[in-house]
Design a protein. Sequence first.
Length: 344
Amino acid sequence: MTRILGIETSCDETSAAIVDDANGVPTLRSLVILSQDVHRVFGGVVPEIASRAHLTAIVPVVRETVAQAAATLSDLDAVAVTTEPGLVGALMVGLNYAKGLSLALDIPMIAVHHMEGHLFATSLDDATAEPPFTALLVSGGHTLLLDVPAWGSYKLLGSTRDDAAGEAFDKVAKLLGLPYPGGRHVEALARDGDPSRFRFSRPMLHRNTPSDDSSYLDVSFSGLKTAVLNAVRGSTDIERDRADIARGFQDALIETLVEKTARAAAMFHRDRIVLGGGVACNRTLIEAMRARMGVHVEVFAPTPRLATDNAAMIARAGLFRYNHGERASLDHAARATAPLPGQE
């Protein structure tokens, strides 16, 4: 049996988890996520505050994780840690803690790419969510469309040219006077909205775009955000219009994501789609994706605790990398940006 401790500190969640393969299938044994609510006051994550909060939380979070798994630190075979991409100061807290643990326990350290973790997350909920599949990773910092023929082999098909999907949700939430982070608040408000009042253009979704054009699978949300801004400024009764604007925005963003994903799945003849990232918590997105794909394409989405940033997905990706003989040296550095390992 291999037992992996995962550590995640790429943004504003301090998280640790233990995953093992005792029963032949990677299984989550414990997970602790400590979110930093202080950032709501500022309407976004403040990197320096995030880093300091990780310093305070990392030791008790790991201690609680080990206790929940009814294990001890000496039971660990390796420690997997997010090293990229993310806020460098925040990443360094988790990375340096992992280095110390690796040295003290004489166990390997596994470096994990945050977005590869999101690819693995759903497989902890459903072991059949495995390659080959089309992946849509949508979060506050990323919007990526990938073909995944096998774990560790990733073909980037499309990405955002400006705002990520989660970032667009947060900015629209702010325009509408909703709390941060904005995704769930926009979705809740949109449920009561009239879809016919504000029909915003679907960005980069021209039906006659040839498949060899880069815009065929890329997305862009800056124009949609501007359209919402203009609608808010032009409203003579924002209390009356708020839900309708939220509905119009969400419909446009979701239809764009769904259609781009459908194009990618068709191009590579995939009958599985895996969603990942914080925006994958959006039930409207999941339902729209399943409705669009029909009965011949299976759509997998993680549970909310595995969709947002968490260490379970890092431990799961770390287990894969560990079993393939990968080890990170103690001089491994954190990086703010980096392509997925194995990405074409």
